[in-house]
Design a protein around this ligand. Structure first.
Ligand SMILES: O=C(O)CCC(=O)C(=O)O
Ligand SMILES: [Mn+2]
Length: 203
């Protein structure tokens, strides 16, 4: 086992199959109310390869004109995001204890060729509370580094039901998804990977 950077926790198989299936149903309900949208890079308008939506009182969005931000409404429907599902709050409490509760759950959907470049999660006002991320569906190769761009990185696989926590000294570490391993899970009927990222936004 390689040693992860300080503050990064990997909890393999945290959710059993039944809980994964229940969570997929929960996310399907979220997506039917708040459809997946195509996020765009600030300024260039280049589309990201993941599609996304959110639940919770705030949602993370990005587009050409206004860039990365949190907002209360879905960028296409203009409606408030669906409420944070109780099952996610329960996972949060189990893993993060008494940390302030999350306000945003970003839902990322990866098709076989989607990826996410190395970045820091720093659009939140609260940069102390941990970020908790849940993997569902196909396995991916996840990469983490330190708090500076260009530093050493290491990678490990995330399978369906795994949780990763970026907390403490690891809260601002660079991370990303190098690749998806297609057809490695039977959880999602049409394949792909769902990532749920829970974050506290306001102070
Ligand atoms: O898909 C993942 O595991 C990571 C997602 C992520 O880092 C993000 O949405 O900020
Ligand atoms: Mn991130």
């Amino acid at each position: 086992m390689q040693v992860l950077p300080k503050g990064i926790r990997h909890l393999p198989g945290f959710l059993d199959r039944d809980r994964q299936e229940a969570l997929v149903e929960t996310i399907r309900a979220v997506v039917s109310e708040a459809p997946l949208f195509v996020p765009e890079m600030p300024r260039t308008g280049k589309p990201l390869s993941v599609r996304m939506t959110n639940c919770g009182s705030l949602g993370w969005v990005t587009d050409k004109a206004l860039g990365y931000r949190y907002q209360r409404e879905h960028p296409v429907t203009g409606k408030p995001w669906p409420a944070m599902p109780p099952a996610l709050l329960e996972i949060w409490k189990t893993v993060c204890g008494s940390a302030r509760p999350p306000e945003a759950c970003l839902v990322n959907f990866y098709t076989d060729d989607a990826r996410m470049g190395l970045h820091q999660d720093r659009d939140e006002q609260d940069l102390q509370t941990p970020v908790l991320s849940i993997s569902l569906g196909d396995t991916c190769l996840f990469r983490v580094g330190g708090n500076e761009r260009g530093g050493r990185t290491l990678s490990f696989k995330l399978s369906s039901g795994d949780i990763v926590v970026l907390g403490g000294e690891g809260r601002l570490c660079f991370h990303g998804v190098d690749k998806i391993y297609p057809s490695t899970s039977t959880l999602l009927k049409n394949g792909g990977r769902i990532n749920l990222t829970l974050r506290r936004v306001t102070l």
